[in-house]
Ligand binder design. Sequence first.
Ligand SMILES: Nc1ncnc2c1ncn2[C@@H]1O[C@H](COP(=O)(O)OP(=O)(O)OP(=O)(O)O)[C@@H](O)[C@H]1O
Ligand SMILES: [Mg+2]
Length: 349
Amino acid sequence: MAVIELKDINVSFKQKDKTIVAVQNESLTVEKGDIYGIVGYSGAGKSTLVRTINLLQKPTQGSVKVNGVDMESLSEDELRDSRKKIGMIFQHFNLMDELTVFDNIAQPLKHSKLSKKDKHAKINHLLDLVGLADRSSNYPSQLSGGQKQRVAIARALANDPEILISDEATSALDPKTTVQILEILKHLNEELGLTIVLITHEMQAIKEIANKVAVMEDGRIIERGTLLEIFTNPQQQLTKDFINTATNRDEALVKVRELLATQPLSADERLVQINYVGNDTAQPLLSTIYADYGVTTNILYSNMEILTQTPVGLAIAVFKGEDQGINTAITSLIDHGVQVTELDPKEVN
Ligand SMILES: Nc1ncnc2c1ncn2[C@@H]1O[C@H](COP(=O)(O)OP(=O)(O)OP(=O)(O)O)[C@@H](O)[C@H]1O
Ligand SMILES: [Mg+2]
């Protein structure tokens, strides 16, 4: 079921002497239970597109439906109620410094009809959920960035939203804290059925928890698909760039280049990149190409990830053997569904 349906959305900002088109006629459908990652560089239009979901940003053109309801047809009161079902978290947490953790989380419940006792129980439950039960009387200034983001998550959940929008929520955090926050989001998605829209400029974050991905550039979604589709068969260069960073391929190639500078390949050696999907198909195949074609493999880098339950592997290796043997070996690997790309050892990128 589609929870969010953005259709032909255009967002333009009129300036004195020009018009900035932040989103150009884009559509996006998010299904219930999705963790939909939206990745792109700064200025791509990610926040603007996503802010149309609860009409924090009114689209210049196009329609916004949440649970089948046209958001622009709602009265002010109805829109306010509808917005409560869409929680948001941000890069800079946006907590109230003068309020305790407890009171920050209580903020969205100010006008709720819950009894005082029920409110307290609810806030304590939310504190438990984000692992901050022991910090309820602290002030934000007494917390780490990761803890502040946990408070922001608890606050975003106070009105039992069906949708959580995370706009660069992990961008100010270190890698370890980022993983912890992403794990909380994943847990909320699984336990509460929360639908999550995850804006980020790091494919790494998307790789951790998303099941779908859209890549944005210049106000357009230039590529979209399931996480597996995007990682195993990216079409656009920008998508490939993001993936190469997320799989550490870029970093590995720098090391390979350094290695090859001191130990150049001999005439019977060739540098290749191997990509495979599904159960570890590559490893046994590499032994057969030795048996069948006399080609030895020296793996310089290898990485395997489980993306939505499917193993996705990448290796950078040196094949050594006769030219004809290597050619036949590569063809044989490709026939078995393994992608093999020859890399220029001098210009490895
Ligand atoms: N209120 C506004 N008035 C004028 N221009 C705006 C406004 N909001 C956004 N823009 C412009 O729209 C474009 C898209 O901005 P947006 O904030 O959506 O990008 P983003 O992908 O979220 O970037 P970042 O990763 O830096 O957050 C930018 O060129 C930005 O300057
Ligand atoms: Mg943004």
